[in-house]
Design a protein around this ligand. Sequence first.
Ligand code: SF4
Length: 380
Amino acid sequence: MREKEAKFVQISPDAARKPLFGLDAVGLEKVIAEAGEPAWRGKQLAEALYRQRVGGLDGITTFPKTLREKLAAEFEVGRPQIAQVFTSVDGTERYLVETPKGDTVETVWMPEGDGGETGDGTDADESDRTWHRATICVSSQVGCAVNCQFCLTAKLGLQRNLTAGEIAGQVVAVLDRQRVEIGRDRVNLVFMGMGEPFLNYDSFMGAVKLLVEEVGLSPQRMTVSTSGIVPGIERFAAEPDAVRPKLAISLNAPNDKVRSEVMPINRKWPIEAVMDAVRGVRLRTKERVTFEYVLLGGVTDREQDAHEVARLVRRTGLAAKVNLIAWNPGPGVPFEMPREGAVEHFKKTLAAEGISAYLRRPRGRDIYAACGQLKRTVEG
Ligand code: SF4
C-alpha cells in the first residue's frame, strides 16, 4: 500500500507557483490588474477556471499567448486532479484526488440514472449518458479530528485543512470528468466526505461561495453535514440564503449516553446544545433539517432506539427528516451491521410516530465509497 500511495505524493514542478483556482472573480481581477491588464480579463479568467474548467493556463484560449506566459511566471491553475478512479458495480465512482500540495483526499460520484437515454432523440454525444441526476460527496479536510467511533476516516486523525480551492476543486474536477452541463444536469453536492466542514469553516464557506457564484450551482442543491460543532452551526445560521446550503446533523444515537460513546464530540456539545444552535437557522419554505442516523447493529438499531429518536426529533420542534444509513463495515472498526430487517423496522417505527424517514441506499460499498468508509483505501 505504501508503494501504491507513494506515486501520488510527488512534488509538482509548479509547486513554487501560486494557484489561481480558489480565487473568486474579485481576486482574479486583482491578479489581472497587477499584470497590467484590464478588469474584463479577470472575468475571462474566472470563466475559464470555473465554467470552462481548464486544467492549465495553456487552455485559456481567450488570452493571448503573451498574457498566458506572463501569468505562468508566477501562477498555475492549481486545481486538484483526479489521480485514481475506483468504479463500483453500482456505477458509483470513488476518486483519489491529488491536491497541488501533493496529498490526496477522496471524492465520490453517485449517479442515479435510469439508463433510458439511448434512442429517445437526445444528441449523439449524450447517448452514453446513463444518469439523469447525480450526487457528489466532497471532502473538507485531509483526515478528521472528530473521532467518531464507527468511521474509517477518523483513523487517519487530522492531517490538515483543505483550502477553499481544494474543496471546490474536487467538485469541478468531477464535473469535468462527467461532462456535466450546469443548468441542464441535476447535480447535488453533499459535504459529507472526509473531515468535519465546520472545523474548517472559512474554507468550507469559501468553497460554497465559489461553487455558487463562479461555478453556478445552487446552494439549495447542497447539503453540509456536521457532527454537531455548535460554534460552526451558529456561524452557519447567520449566512445569507443566497449561499447557505441545507443542513444535516450527524445524530447517530437516540440519547446523550449512547451518542457520547459513538461520537465523543457529544461530550463537548451534547444533543440539546446542538439542537439549540440548529433552531437558530432560518429555514427556507419547505426546507427541512436532516438528521443522519447510522444504524449500528445491537447499539443503535433497536425498536426502543427508534421511539427515542422520534421523541427527540419531535422535541426539537424543527421541520426535520431522518436519513437512515445501515452501518458500512470497515477494517478495524469494532461494530456490526444492523440485523436483517432492522433498518426497515426502524424506518416503519419512525413513520408510525409521524417522523419522515428515508433509507439511504449504500453506494459503492465494494469500493469503500460508502458513508464512513473514506480513508484513502487505495487497495480498493
Ligand atoms: S463521521 Fe465525519 S466527523 Fe465523524 S470522524 Fe468521520 S469524517 Fe469525521
